[in-house]
Design a protein around this ligand. Sequence first.
Ligand code: WTA
Length: 620
Amino acid sequence: MWLSGGRMASVGRQSFGSCFRVLGRRGCNTAAVMPEAAGFEGVSDRSDLQDFSVCSSDSFWAAVARQRLSWIRPFHTVQDCDLSQGRIRWFEGGKLNVSVNCLDRHVHTCPERVAVIWERDEPKSEVKLSYRQLLEMTCRLGNLLRRRGVKKGDCVTIYMPPCPLAVASMLACARIGAAHNVVFAGFSADALAERIRDAQSSTVITVNQGVRGGKVIELKKTVDAAIQSCPTVQQVFVAMRTENPVVMTAKDVAMEEYVFSYHDGDVFSCVADIGWITGHSYSVYGPLANGGTTVLFESTPIYPDPGRYWEMVQRLKINQFYGAPTAIRLLLKYGDKWVHKYDRSTLKTLGSVGEPINTEAWEWYHRVVGQGRCPVVDTWWQTETGGICIAPRPADPDAEIVPGMAMRPFFGIKPVLMDTEGKVVTSNDTSGALCIAQPWPGMARTIHNDPQRFTETYCQPYPGYFFTGDGAYRSKEGYYQITGRLDDVINVSGHRIGTAEIEDVLNQCSAVAESAVIGFSHSIKGQGIYAFVVLKKSIDVQEADVTRQINDMASKKIAKYACPDYIQFAQRLPKTRSGKIMRRVLRKVVDSELEGLGDLSTLDDPEVVQEIIQGHHDLL
Ligand code: WTA
């Protein structure tokens, strides 16, 4: 599945590709400790396997695909890809059903294993669903959709918070050959309408109301408003998340709720929303395809209090916890006591994703949450890559981990750095544009209805390579550290610097909980540095002292030019519900372009924007 690589595929017997070298450790009984590597002749450990997966990519993926998946019809060609043309085709001739792979396979072997734990917004009211129950729910839904005219190739829009029915809806679509368009349930009616039109959906699945952080969210009403401008929509399935009735129209179809049961098992918890890729890959498809038990988190990290995650870890006996740096920084602000209150002894691995995790947050996650015994794996990937591409320990469960670094490529991934002339940088201790040198099965193949844009964005910037849009540093030892989106680079007096690098330094100041740095147009320097800083709640300090400390650290750790021109102290930062800081909003505020703030419906709390505007005003 993922994280520290403990459950990688057991693969079929293959011989080496020509470029492969045997790097095995002497005297190691690899078959016993590394069953997954044992299938390849001569591969003696996971580090060999990593080399093999890149050098003999076709053999590797063919074997993994045959071993780990059930095929309705086997593939005849492993891949036919040409990154320079934007042509990405995997497993040609093959046919499989992803819902069968996520459910039926496990129902045959372990029907009563818990597939999903739904951590509802209401604390301590979790609901558990076995693989058998999830399959039943999925089949019933699939039949319902089919009876109601949904056909292979149709695209169904799902507008629901994370809940078992949302997962069953995704899998039911996959089962009957329909595509699903999961729209994050925080989106506004306009944003939803745009996505329904884009998908040309005739069917929408939603719930009457959502509940998050104790607040009721009128999802059905939002759907009603959205479909006013979506002529394709013929029917809306409405499940009841709360007991409050909603107005039903001629298009609406009511759905029933189900019975659940409990069984022990390994519990995997990715607290992302299913409307984002992290939720797709690591709350739904990844855990289920691997027969794991997955937790669906409906709430927020601070509801009813900042101990929510850890209380949940204790209650649900969670083994792997996968979250976002922004939430970690938020919780760090509230101090250690909320963590210490709960038993976290079941935790084995802590994951991080979505943005660079600054050193301080990493240390806190490791030392306080993981009691210094759980590895923290900073995983780098993106929607376009489908799954994790760089993580600290894919090939060696005991490998050294450097805080704040994603570090090593995952199986089959060959990262490269490009210089400003578009040439591959071969040396270490250097930075560049992060590309991936060869295709892998999980990658995006195109953009729906816009294949040209796919080729232009990802394939043309560095012909023959997949361009990620991120910058990265490769250390002396060859480890990768993501420095942020390349368009988040600013140029101060001719010095190009990633805003993430400055933020990392600011966040190391003892009183700083988190920060966001943006560039603004400066008559002398070209661009100046504007820093938004949130202080820790548990520390009592003067802003002037923090300012002094920030300037000292920025000049010491980077250079004098990295000292912010302005520091705005804020209570909190504008963030999407997936935890990404909305830099666009901050930039507009600083540039005084308040009319152009754009769509704010993904903001976790829109009131933050007013606070930021006021603070900016006060500062100037
Ligand atoms: C950023 C989320 C640093 C990166 C899975 C990427 C990261 C974008 C990390 C994708 C990480 C993700 N360290 N930056 N560990 N993980 N990113 O599509 O800029 O929502 O390109 O996918 O998030 O965001 P997306």
